[in-house]
Ligand binder design. Structure first.
Ligand code: P6P
Length: 343
């Protein structure tokens, strides 16, 4: 039987590669530690999620998050697990979360490191109570070493400056999906061993697809290029695309993106005219940027419809963005339709 490689061994070999390669390699020791700690936190979150009603963790908490959304008990539990797991290790300067208005600076009683960790602790939480896959999304940046004490400003870096990104999906399997800038790897949780095991590396998104993911109930609110794209998909082989399309919408970004990394597809949460001042529903820093980098690292594309997501210069920690990501040729088609419409 081929020996399975654990996440720990995978990360140590990447760290070793960085030293052997004269520091030109992929991950420094402190980043390896950070990723190990995040993975351990995801194991704890997975345990809480799988308990469901038995753990008394379903349903809404008595609070709202910064987005004005009713928090689920598991949203708060997952957020606390990530904070408590990461604050003492000495690898972080601060953290930011969908569930917290401001940044969380590592307390003075602990050593501070150079990394900044952002996360959506439990994305798709509207699916928790109906037992549909949900997940944790995370993104890692480096704080400016010359800067003063850490502030929100340190987090406002474009997505192409990420040094690590990933998610953990809590579905039939608990799977950690990770990039440090040299491709995408997947690790499945072996519950008997209690460790993540490498189950796929060099993940690739097919450049073409016949499967789209969008919330069709918003169709009447979309901009013309998005409506044109979906209308053509619906016309199938009798229309300009000359092929039939399938649709999936899990309403859990982690699950929809995982499907696209596994078999291709295009995911869209575009701007719509219900709230014209809002660029989109999804958040840039801890949803679109990490997912966009994973998709790009797997050979796909991630755009707002008019620009590359990872090139956006953030102005606010919780800012939202329009998202079109997945199979490269389909994303480029949507961008072309936007350009033609603007032309
Ligand atoms: P809708 C979950 O709340 C989320 O942020 C993403 O995970 C998901 O893709 C989207 O919102 C679903 O939104 O409007 O279809 O419920």
């Amino acid at each position: 039987m081929t020996q399975r490689i654990s996440l720990t061994r995978y990360l140590i070999e990447k760290q070793r590669g960085s030293q052997d390669a004269g520091g030109q390699g992929t991950i420094p020791p402190q980043l390896r530690l950070l990723l190990e700690v995040v993975a351990r936190a995801c194991k704890s979150i997975s345990l809480a999620v799988t308990k469901g009603a038995l753990g008394g963790v379903l349903g809404a908490a008595e609070s709202e998050n910064v987005q004005g959304e009713i928090q689920k008990k598991l949203d708060i539990i997952a957020n606390e697990v990530l904070i408590e797991a990461n604050e003492w290790g000495g690898h972080l300067a601060a953290m930011a979360s969908e569930e917290m208005e401001g940044i969380y600076t590592v307390p003075n009683r602990y050593p501070q490191g150079e990394y900044l960790l952002m996360f959506d602790p439990l994305d798709g939480s509207s699916n928790i109570d109906v037992n549909v896959s949900i997940g944790t999304i995370f993104s890692v940046l480096v704080k400016d070493p010359e800067g003063p004490t850490v502030s929100e400003q340190d987090f406002l870096q474009a997505g192409h400056r990420q040094v690590a990104a990933g998610y953990c999906i809590y579905g039939p399997q608990t799977t950690l999906v990770l990039t440090v800038g040299d491709g995408v790897a997947m690790f499945t949780l072996d519950r008997e061993q209690g460790s993540f095991v490498l189950t796929q590396e060099n993940v690739r998104v097919p450049e073409d697809t016949q499967e789209f993911a969008v919330n069709m109930s918003n169709m009447r609110h979309w901009a013309a290029p998005v409506k044109r794209y979906i209308d053509e998909c619906l016309e199938g082989k009798d229309g300009p695309r000359g092929k039939d399309f399938n649709m999936r919408w899990i309403a859990s970004m982690v699950a929809d993106v995982h499907r696209i990394l596994t078999r291709g597809g295009i995911f869209m949460y575009p701007w719509d005219k219900r709230e014209p001042g809002k660029p989109g529903k999804l958040r840039l820093m801890y949803e679109a940027n990490p997912m966009g980098w994973l998709i790009e690292q797997a050979g796909g594309a991630a755009s707002t419809g008019t620009e590359r997501i990872l090139d956006i210069q953030p102005t606010q920690l919780h800012q939202r963005v329009s998202v079109v990501l997945g199979s490269k040729n389909e994303v480029e088609r949507v961008m072309r339709y936007h350009a033609e419409h603007q032309g």
